[in-house]
Write a new protein. Structure first.
Length: 343
């Protein structure tokens, strides 16, 4: 859905008429000169797809961009396809990718041009942290007690986005914290597909984010555990894993929204984006973050608002990457890419 702005033609006419289309611009004057492509790592209906289209709608409504913004779904390889494509646009600020944790997990495992996103791509803006909830079909499980009883008696099947990515990481930590039999895990191309499988009764559970599960709530899908230290304002009736006594203190910490590896949402660009372009995007997405539409969406879905500009986001990503290495390699025993460089 290309997003058009009435200011696009007039801005272009001014630039061409003045004969400065290729002249240097300072940070305050920089604006994109052609449509911006938003490369979405997941299939339609997944969290990244939902958030991107909401952000672009806000940008259109507030007339924040002089050029159209076009979302392009490019799923594949748990983000490997999209990240490789983004990396190939080196220095071109007309490409962005909405983030989820696969921007960390996939480069740590797969030999693509990106190894550490904080170093090899350009962090642009962080918007929020998105909680994991344990979702089930209400026809199968009414609450945690019913789920716990079933998982001890037999093997349950979970669906999640990608293999050895954020969903499977959370499920593996959850597995370690329970007395459940070994879960089966079925990788899917995005959170929308995962939610449909739970709602349709094809799998037993997921750890979808709220925006992915809500379309099926409450008839075909409901959350029975919130992985957070305190109940989420948007889900006051859903007990936390701490309340339910799931796991020991260290396991509870790994599972929790506040201290674990929950989904984060933001934007990254290609390598070597110009500073003035980063500044322009930071200003645009700060306005999106402060908008009533986004704040209402965050509150409704129990997300944690966490705006960070390029430098802050980069600084936040660096330890986040190291924490993933610790959990994936040292706790779960998963092999990482054989050329992984220490940082």
């Amino acid at each position: 859905m290309p997003i058009k702005s009435a200011g696009y033609l007039s801005t272009l006419a001014l630039v061409v008429g003045a004969g400065v289309a290729t002249a240097p611009q300072d940070a305050a004057a920089w604006e994109p000169q052609r449509p911006i492509e938003f490369v979405i790592q997941t299939s339609p209906g997944g969290g990244s797809d939902i958030y991107t289209r909401l952000w672009l709608g806000i940008i259109e409504k507030q007339d924040l961009s002089p050029v159209p913004l076009t979302p392009v779904n490019m799923p594949g390889g748990a983000g490997a396809v999209a990240l490789t494509y983004l990396h190939s646009q080196k220095g071109d600020p007309h490409y962005l990718t909405p983030t989820l944790n696969s921007i960390v997990t996939t480069p740590l495992q797969v030999r693509i041009p990106v190894m550490y996103t904080s170093r090899d791509l350009t962090p642009v803006a962080m918007m929020t942290i998105d909680p994991f909830l344990l979702w089930v079909n209400p026809s199968k499980f009414k609450d945690w007690a019913a789920f716990e009883g079933a998982c001890k008696e037999g093997r349950l099947t979970a669906a999640g986005t990608g293999a050895r990515q954020e969903d499977e990481i959370q499920i593996s930590v959850f597995q370690e914290a329970t007395d459940c039999q070994k879960f089966r895990y079925v990788p899917k191309s995005g959170g929308g597909e995962v939610a449909k499988d739970v709602a349709g009764g094809h799998v037993d559970f997921s750890v979808n984010q709220p925006a992915e599960g809500r379309p099926h709530y409450p008839d075909n899908m409901h959350p029975i555990v919130a992985f957070a230290n305190e109940r989420l304002d948007a889900w006051p009736d859903v007990p936390t894993h701490v309340e339910l006594g799931i796991g020991n203190a260290e396991q509870q910490k790994r599972l929790a929204l506040e201290t674990g590896l929950h989904q984060h949402r933001g934007l990254i660009g290609p390598p070597d984006m110009p500073e003035e372009a980063k500044a322009w995007y930071e200003d645009v997405f700060r306005k999106v973050f402060e908008s009533k539409e986004w704040q209402n969406f965050v509150a409704k879905n129990g997300m944690v608002p966490a705006f960070k500009g390029p430098d802050e986001y980069k600084a936040w990503l660096e330890p986040f990457e190291q924490n993933h290495i610790r959990i994936m390699r040292d706790v779960n025993g998963w092999p990482l890419r054989d050329d992984l460089e220490a940082r």
